[in-house]
Write a protein that binds this ligand. Structure first.
Ligand SMILES: [Zn+2]
Length: 448
């Protein structure tokens, strides 16, 4: 226990907290009445709640119990909660969902998204409010179970996956060009075996002229009842984007990298390719997938002005994007704020829209009974710069900062200690300051 106490309070971080920050931390702890205890574990109080599914955008209190949303209303009594966190002036949203990330690392394979090009998710998620990622096809049926054992089962982030139509997944080079390894039957079998974990089929990085990768992915998606996500690879006249989005993809299939400009998303006159509009009418989904080669201001700004907004906002997180034009999920969301999208629309496209796209109805909203993944955001105002994949900058006056992240009802990230007590209020020799009913960081044993 002493070691845990030291870990929590070690370093000089506390000294950097200003009095204003300390007064922000108006956290209260109700004394449980003997035998019964408060009915809620955690109460998030007084924030502006944005919940697209339930069409809520206003100040609400949100109560959590047993890892689920228990009540959302204008006022909930702090006496009913083990822990209350005062969030006036902040936003409360469902936990952010990033449906395009690359997380199958740790295999030791070089130049491979089933290896060194991927990242361990927990270092990139809770600190920016992301509670769920969908890995975008790093593994295929041959290596999905290794991915599951190595990453999915050992991460605190909720990880879902698009299964690559290539049996070997994104091992790079010739693997991803091997038409013979794009087999429908074993992919469907694996998707059925891990139903609920595998949430889609992916095709990506294909350079050849054939439609086979797309056709096999769609066939597998149809048989498994899952959407397909397409990274359309090299731009080939034999398989134009227009045919993909107006004929080959089904309603609900996802075209990612929509602002890359690499495959004719913008026509030569500078307007959105009319085929994308037709695809949208058919129900094809358009996703950002920023990455390190798929987001340009010269494509995105005119498209947004014409009203061609993305259905979902995602990062395409990997080792080459994480420190480049793309920084993290909030940075990609900031870009849409800067292009004039409302904060409610930005949040919808980072929560409920992606949840629906991957058919995860228990995520992405704050209905009573939903999984209690919750993100607390602050809108910071100042002078900021946002860069695209070619390093071109757009100036911005707002950015989102993640103050607090709650996963499955427990605090898993708290930037400024707003859920924590001022150390001067604690007894001498204090131990862990949390409670396992709400604290996922350093809880003390539950005392009832
Ligand atoms: Zn990707």
């Amino acid at each position: 226990m002493a070691a845990r106490t030291h870990r929590w309070w070690s370093g000089l971080a506390l000294l950097a907290l200003t009095p204003a920050m300390l007064s922000l931390s108006a956290a209260q702890t109700a004394a449980p009445s003997p035998g019964t205890g408060p009915k809620y574990d955690l109460l998030l109080r007084g924030a502006h709640v944005v919940d697209a599914r339930n069409k809520v955008s206003g100040v609400r209190d949100v109560a959590i119990a047993g890892g689920r949303i228990a009540e959302v209303s204008a006022r909930i009594d702090p006496q009913d909660a083990v822990k209350t966190v005062d969030l006036k002036g902040l936003y409360v949203t469902p936990g952010l969902i990033d449906i395009h990330a690359h997380t199958y690392t740790g295999t030791g394979e070089r130049r491979s998204y089933a290896g060194d090009n991927s990242v361990y998710p927990d270092g990139f998620t809770f600190r920016v409010g992301v509670t769920t990622v969908a890995d975008a096809g790093c593994a295929g049926w041959r290596n999905f179970e290794d991915f599951k054992d190595r990453i999915i089962d050992r991460s605190r982030t909720r990880i879902l996956a698009f299964l690559n139509i290539v049996g070997n997944g994104m091992r790079g080079g010739t693997y991803e060009q091997d038409l013979a390894d794009m087999e429908v039957a074993p992919a469907v079998e694996m998707a059925r075996k891990y139903s609920g974990l595998i949430v889609g089929i992916k095709t990506a990085h294909f350079a050849g002229p054939e439609w086979t990768p797309v056709e096999h992915a769609v066939e597998a998606g149809t048989m498994a009842g899952l959407p397909v996500m397409v990274d359309f690879g090299a731009n080939r006249p034999e398989r134009p984007l227009s045919e993909l989005v107006t004929k080959k993809l089904r309603p609900g299939d996802i075209y990612t990298h929509v602002y890359s400009g690499l495959r004719g998303e913008q026509d030569p006159s500078g307007h959105v390719n009319p085929a994308l509009l037709e695809g949208r009418k058919r129900g094809v989904i358009f996703d950002v997938g920023h990455g390190n080669g798929s987001f340009l201001w010269r494509i995105a700004v005119p498209a947004m002005k014409e009203g061609f907004v993305p259905d979902s906002i995602s990062t395409d997180l990997h080792i080459s994007s994480m420190n480049s034009g793309m920084k993290d999920m909030l940075n990609v969301m900031d870009k849409f704020l800067a292009m004039g999208m409302s904060i409610d629309d930005v949040i919808a496209r980072s929560t409920w829209n992606p949840a629906r796209e991957i058919k995860q109805d228990a995520l992405g909203h704050l209905s009573v009974g939903a999984i209690a993944d919750v993100t607390v955001l602050r809108v910071e105002r100042g002078r900021f710069g946002l860069t695209d994949h070619n390093g071109a900058r757009l100036d911005a006056t707002e950015r989102l900062v993640c103050e607090l992240t709650v996963k499955d009802g427990k605090v898993v990230y708290d930037l400024n200690g707003i859920s924590r007590p001022d150390w001067r209020t604690l007894p001498a020799g204090y131990g862990p300051t949390g409670d396992a009913r709400w604290d996922g960081l350093n809880p003390a044993p539950i005392r009832r």
